[in-house]
Write a protein that binds this ligand. Sequence first.
Ligand code: PBG
Length: 324
Amino acid sequence: MYLQKRGRILRKNAAIRSLVAETLLTPGDFMVPLFIDEGENVATPIPSMPGYCRYSLDLTLKEVKELWNMGIKSILLFVKAKDEVKDNTGQEAWNPDGLMQRSVRAIKDAVPDMVVMTDVALDPYSIYGHDGIVKDGEILNDETVEALVRMSLSHAEAGVDFVAPSDMMDGRIHAIRKAFEENGFTRTGILSYSAKYASCFYGPFRDALDSAPGFGDKKTYQMDPANRREALKEALLDVEEGADMVMVKLAMAYLDIIREVKDAVTVPVSAYHVSGEYAMIKAAAQMGWLDEDKAILESLTSIKRAGTDLIATYFAKRAVELLG
Ligand code: PBG
């Protein structure tokens, strides 16, 4: 058989394949989501996220040191607020001595070069489990933005590198940027969850933080999975409003969105490989139906190949171990 071109030549052995590989994962690609709890020496396993724990601050500090020593450069912080501080205003979210603010200070003190990002949304502090302030069954936009600005300023004050608003309220990036400028936080960045879809795949995360919505769903603020152009609109708007980086959430069922956002903006694009995506791989592996390590690397490679500069993933540590 005569063939002018033989594609298999470039796949002949591992050495050639590595020479022509287009996508390489490195420890610098990852953001590690961390769940922080009150207390001391507390490690609470999350049943729907096997192998993942919520840690008290002392254990979180140990974990952050370990991550840094492995070459991981960024973490994304979430806190589990106690029931007694939850209300419908979110005021605990900007308590200067709140768990998030204490955590940021302690982490920046212990590992100053670690890039620390904080989730900005009211859900862990809301008696309704919603990302905003609720009135007559509605999630108020403008009042919530004011609360998010206070929350962001308190994180900036604590020394965070990037705030990461995950709430999907309109106009919050502009308002946060303006507040940072007016208050002298000219070195604090904004990673906007620009295209965050109303997804069932956040279920395990809501177990981790006990933050599931108490009524209704999040469809009046998070995006409809049916929509593509809306993601571009949201991302372009956030860049215009002052976002330093944008995010597509979630990842594997949304690789088309990642690619299109990447082509549309000139800021770095991140994606969040969320709790449900983690749980699916873990569950299939536990059943013996998937090779977990291979599934991790293939998933993360596909997310990077789609155009992601930075991937938030619960598999970061394992991926770095596997990359050796
Ligand atoms: C809170 C928030 C959520 C996630 C990140 N920030 C949950 C939600 O919007 O209900 C989900 C992360 C994950 O599932 O891993 N605004």
